[in-house]
Every structure is written in C-alpha cells, then in structure tokens.
Design a protein around this ligand. Structure first.
Ligand code: ATP
Length: 444
C-alpha cells in the first residue's frame, strides 16, 4: 500500500514528548531503566482521554457491557489453567561473543546482529515476571505479575454474571497494567515490559462466535478511525493458522503503519471456550451458563478485543504530527482529535498590562471547570500560538483591548487558523459544540 509521505520520525516525536512533558524516560536521574517510561503532565491527560474514550464507547455507552478492575497478583493456579506457565514463551538465543540476547523469531540471519558473533541454540523463555508473596521466598510462595488483564475477567465470570444479571451475549471490560519480561523491548512506547491494556471479553453462545468476531473486528477498526487515525495507515491483518496462539480459534490484528513499519495495535481473537473450560477444569467450579429461553446449559465462547494503551497512544501521536508554514514561520502541529487533545483551550492576554491579564484570568476561571485549560502570557503572541500548536491545543483565546470595552475575545482554531470574535458569555457553549465535532484527518 502506498501511503503519503510524512514529516514525523521517531526521533522528532520522542524529543517533542520529552521537551513538552508527554513522556519521560523512567528514573532518568539514574540513567533510566530499559523500556520503562513515565507519562508527564500532558501525557497523562492524553492517556486519560484515550482510556476514557475507550471506556465510554465500549462499556458505559453500551447495554451489553460491564466493567471490572481485578488485582494484578492472582492465584498461581490461574496461570497454570490459562496455559501461561507452560506456553507463554518466546524463543531466546544468546550471542556467545557479546552475550546479548535476542528473540530468535525476530532475527534475520543466523549470527548476532550486534557483533556478528555465533549464537546459541534457541530455547523457550517464559515472559512472566515472578515474585514472592509474603516473607518466605520459595516455590510455594511464587506469584506472577499478570501478563494480560483477561484472566481477571475469566475468573470473575460467575461473579460478574450473577451480580449484574446480564444475559448472553454480554461482555466485561477492564483497563489495567500488565507485565511481560520481553526479550527485546524497544521502539519507545511500542514494546515495554510494563504496560497498560484495554481488554474486552465478550461472551457469546457457541455457534454465534464467528458472527460476533466479525462484528468486533469492524467495531474496533472503526474506533481508531473515529478518533482521527488516517485510514491509509490502518489495516486489519488476519492471522495465518501457524501464527495462532494456543487458545485461539481465529485472530486478526489491527495494525498501524509506524515510522518503523506496520505493527500491531490490538488483537481481536476468538478464544472459543478455552479459558472458561480450563478454569472449570482446574478450579472444579461450574463456569457454565444457563440459557433460560432455550432451557440449555453451555460454556460460553468468548471474543476478545485486546488493545494496549501505549501503542494506540503512540499511534495517535505519530498520526497527528505535522509540520507546516504559517506566515513564513515553520510550525509543528499535533492535529490530535479534539476529544483526545490534552489541553482544550489556551488563554492569552495580548498585553501584560491594561487589565488584560486579570481579564484573561477571569476567562480561565470561567472555563476551567468545563475544559482542560492553560494560561500563557510569556512572549510574542505568535510564539504562544506555536507552543500550543505543538501540543495539539485545538483553541486559543486572546484577550485584547477590545475585550476591555465589550467583553468579546478572539477564538483561534488550530487547524483552520480562523479567528472568530465571540462574547465571553457564549464561550462555554461554543467550545463545547466545537469540541464534539470530529477533527478532519490528521497530517501524520
Ligand atoms: P506482540 O506480537 O507485538 O508481542 P502480542 O500479540 O503478544 O504482541 P497480545 O498478547 O495480543 O500482544 O496483547 C494485546 C495488546 O497488548 C497488543 O496488541 C498491544 O497493544 C499490547 N501489548 C502487548 N505486549 C506489549 C508490550 N510489550 N508493550 C506494550 N504493549 C503491549
């Protein structure tokens, strides 16, 4: 597929993220720690907007979904039943010369990509982090940091069903941290060892699973488009039968074309009755469902749309990044969907005198209970616009001499750069309406 050329590179993006407070290397004053990142003041707002959009669209705005927040540490039997202790592995090779480790399935040749040295035979490496529960460090107290949030949903299937009185088809969703001791993390937020997931487990009657699998592939694909991802950089890739995980009957990945190539944002799997069946077997508890209408009992099949948070967040940033020229000045602009933008409105006094800062503070106080706002009075107005464009702020409001006479301000739009004169008392309504409208496709 031929995609349009774009300005973004991973270097430009990581530097913008650091400089403006989206993402910092973790423990940076100690030299950082491989593949761990911290979300700064703007990053956390963007992340919250993404997870809240996901939660609203997939849980609260639907009649057939409920939410859950299960614990990270779970009974070790969970991972035995789910197959993770046995099978959650990647093939690992060591370089005999420089001692670096690599994932065998990601290597192109049969020598070390770092130094050309000879590699060991590959062996299976389990990706689960292990720790000990309580003061005794022995095999009986070994517990795992969960490598996916999904199992917390399966072990709560009966609880969720009984307490919510849902009927099949219905789903349970969860957002939370997961951990994988990846052999080769990298590409910024793309592959980390600690990450957040947004997972849905949608329980259906066996035989209706294919239909629901199709439904969720379409639904989740469209979700990324709805929040502004460029259609040409998004694709759905069906797994070949040799790629399927041990639990899956079918799987498709939603992939985005990052500067480092097409890579997975989300997997949508048909897990059949594997998980509930396994937990029923290992726990001895009845995890079946009784269909009152047809008087039949069965183990539900499950369709799982499983996304990370960091990968979609990175895709939204990459896709939004654009450079253009305004009045002879180059600017960087993040054309984020307005609903995702970390700051919605920036408020500037044109001058730092004549009562304008006080008036601008009053406008900020009016808006701050409705929207994420910021105030800036430093430097020339053009520079202040550039600073907001670079973090994707959709609207800038300027208080000037006319404001002092008639209580109107100018509202400037990030994308069209149109400036509109509006009365202060109409601002909340006006901005609310504008924020709800979809943003035109980003530059990416
Ligand atoms: P990959 O093949 O890239 O390792 P996966 O197929 O193992 O990914 P899943 O098990 O399907 O990933 O996990 C679901 C989602 O969780 C992924 O689509 C991704 O968004 C996110 N995810 C998985 N592993 C990581 C990681 N190491 N860092 C960041 N996000 C991750």
């Amino acid at each position: 597929m031929n995609s349009p050329a774009r300005a973004v590179t991973m270097d430009k993006l990581t530097s913008l993220c650091k400089r403006r407070g989206f993402v910092y290397p973790s423990s940076e004053i100690y030299g950082g720690i491989a593949s761990c990142w911290d979300y700064g003041p703007l990053g956390i707002e963007l992340k919250r907007n993404i997870t809240e959009a996901w939660w609203r669209d997939n849980i609260t705005a639907r009649d057939d979904m409920v939410g859950l927040d299960s614990s990270i540490l779970m009974h070790p039997k969970v991972w035995e039943a789910s197959g993770h202790i046995e099978g959650f592995t990647d093939p690992l090779v060591d370089c005999k010369k420089c001692k670096q480790r690599f994932r065998a399935d990601q290597l192109e040749g049969d020598v070390c990509p770092a130094c050309g040295g000879e590699l060991t035979e590959s062996r299976q490496f389990n990706l689960m982090f292990r720790t000990f529960m309580g003061p005794v460090e022995d095999s009986a107290s070994t517990v795992y940091l969960r490598p996916e949030t999904a199992q917390g949903i399966f072990v709560n299937f009966q609880n969720a069903l009984n307490s919510s009185r849902m009927k099949i088809p219905f789903g349970v969703g969860q957002i939370g941290k997961s951990f994988r001791n990846e052999i080769t993390p990298g590409n910024f937020l793309f592959r980390t060892r600690e990450f957040e997931q947004m997972e849905l487990e949608f329980f259906v009657k066996p035989g209706e699973d294919e239909k629901w699998h199709q439904y969720w592939k379409q639904e989740r694909f469209d979700w990324y488009l709805r929040y502004g991802i460029n259609r040409e950089r998004l694709r759905l890739r069906e797994h070949g039968s040799d790629e399927l995980a041990h639990y899956a009957k079918g799987c498709a990945d939603i992939e985005y074309e990052f500067p480092f190539g097409w890579s997975e944002l989300e997997g949508i799997a048909n897990r059949a009755d594997f998980d509930l069946g396994q937990h029923k077997k290992v726990s001895g508890k009845d995890l079946s469902y009784f269909d009152e209408e047809n008087r039949e009992r069965f183990i539900p099949y499950v369709i799982e749309p499983s996304a990370g948070v960091g990968r979609p967040l990175l895709a939204f940033l990459v896709d939004a990044y654009d450079e253009d020229v305004v009045d002879g000045d180059e600017r960087v602009v993040l054309r984020l969907d307005r609903r995702l933008a970390p700051v919605k409105v920036a408020i500037f006094p044109l001058l730092r005198k004549a009562g304008q800062p006080e008036k601008a503070h009053a406008v900020r106080d009016l808006l701050k209970h409705h929207f994420a706002v910021t105030y800036d009075q430093a430097g020339a107005i053009g520079r202040r616009y550039r600073r907001q464009d670079e973090i994707g702020t959709p609207y800038c409001i300027t208080v000037d001499h006319q404001t002092m006479d008639d209580d109107t301000i100018t509202l400037r739009d990030r994308d069209s750069m149109e400036q509109l004169r509006l009365p202060i008392d109409r601002l909340v309504e006006e901005i609310r309406t504008r924020l709800a409208a979809p943003t035109a496709a980003a530059g990416g």
